[in-house]
Write a protein that binds this ligand. Sequence first.
Ligand code: WT7
Length: 635
Amino acid sequence: MSNYHIKHLEEYYQVYRKSIREPESFWEEIAEEHFIWRKKWDKVLEWDFSKPEIKWFQGAKLNITENCIDRHLATRGDKTAILFEPNNPDEAAEHITYNQLYKRVNQFANVLKEQGIQKGDRVCIYVPMIPELAIATLACARIGAIHSVVFAGFSATALATRINDSDCKMVITADGSYRGSKTIDLKGIVDEALENCGCVETVLVAKRIQSNISMKSDRDKWLQPLLDNASDVCEAEIMNAEDPLFILYTSGSTGTPKGMVHTTAGYMVYAAYTFKNAFQYRENDVYWCTADIGWITGHSYIVYGPLANGATTVMFEGVPSYPDFGRFWQIVEKHKVNQFYTAPTAIRALAKQGTELVDKYDLSSLKVLGSVGEPINEEAWHWYNDNVGKKKSPIIDSWWQTETGGIMITPIPYVTPTKPTYATLPFIGIQPALMDENGQELKGNQVEGRLCIKFPWPSIARTIWGNHQRYKETYFSAFENNYFTGDGALRDEVGYYRITGRVDDVIIVSGHNLGTAPIEDAINEHPAIAESAIVGFPHEIKGSALYGYITLKDAGEYRNHDNLKKEINQLIADRIGPIAKLDKIQFSEGLPKTRSGKIMRRILRKIAANEMDNLGDTSTLLNPEVVQSIIDNRL
Ligand code: WT7
């Protein structure tokens, strides 16, 4: 298994150098040895960042589900593929073996076909973290339908926008979902969304909370009876390497969410290879990523990466605080989890509860701890290292994005020495570059700049659904011939990378990527509001939280500011989702603007962060006087 499992630092450098010097033969070898193909490629890579156009393994034919399921049946048929841990700890966990997964995915795939879904059709999956979510995703891939999983915490409006953007023919959902002590009426949200979606012909409904919901007779169908009548054998659709596998929406700094398109072969190869190495997964390990499959982390590191390696992957339906803040650790003990992958925001929330609930459980099975989604602060890093890993399990602070499809900068556990708050070294095949403001690459170490990637890797998103121009402008225009990540980073004296945060108007709240513009648009819908500006500010648990500066059309008219604040947050919850609610809302008589009328978010950001001593020169503003009044009324 040459190069597939990196075992020590020298080997990392050796393999890394090879992957950079000869990327094509490097990836060809990985693809050749570790996957099954219906037909091999004619060409490994063709690319041009100026168009931009990227094609990996052109000419190859495959189906990703044959790689994730079928090929394991002979050797791992009775091994648990998906280990489902329900929201309620008293409900039994479900072990779905590879044999069972094969049958369930095939049945589901046959149902999709019966319902008229064909290769290339878009299917929206709005399902909570129950096995049907993973199975529906794989069933789409089985027949070549393009899945668009929408996180089941998004509002009806956000769901409708995503369904319409990619013209989904079908929505798969559930009657409801459990989240801690609450239940959520998912089907009701879907019904509301579909009032504005002409493209959807069929809604398949999985039963989870046994609620009495209304079914629209010509459109809505219960899933289970259809599955019961479907054959459990479904020939896999043979896909081209560059056929789209899925669309996944991510927020941009402006405008509508971007439907990132990932294609089949390159995505599969990179998700699988990174999974194996970044988590040092060994046969019979139990791996658990706490993310939701509605995010890229779940796509690559709950579903595709683990299953492509024949792993056991845990799917957890619930939340870290239910029935108490020991739940994660209880699950680690119960299932003897070996690799645990979570987000800094969860670590901070759990750290706040002290160590009693961690110490209560036997965490000795843990070998690798992962962090993803936002920079992990030093305090959280140490808490995780000391109390969860007992200083024995390396922490991999893995940096990547929806757009990158897989982990890009990360320590390899037991290989790369870790350093708190540093994502450390580029993964195999990844060529980062730091750029200065003039677009020049900063060479050497001890430099800080904007983080770009110079050379394509197999799982880079190929386009934005329906808007290739926007793809080009967003990622390939700031720095010529480079993919621009939107993040800032520094490289220390030994070449380790530390991500310093977004350099655009994207704010990461509790690991969720939020664009300011859509939130401002939602707020501005309120009849009392003239203008708004959203910035992030440091928050103990969430990393960043949202601070809204709002001007009213007629300040005299709306005296009940508390009510107004509630209405604003309700509007945001309706339009985007509760995750985008503002923590602080300050009403002000104006917003600082440049002479051309652009809101100076930089100043507002400093005020929100309580960094008033370096506001910079405000005298050139159109309205310098509002700055003092905003400072005086700061929350
Ligand atoms: C943005 C991408 C990739 C899975 C989840 C997020 C931030 C992600 C880290 C990290 C510092 C990180 C970046 C990135 N981010 N991981 N380890 N250290 N920042 O995917 O929603 O597409 O967000 O998350 O700012 O650009 P996403």
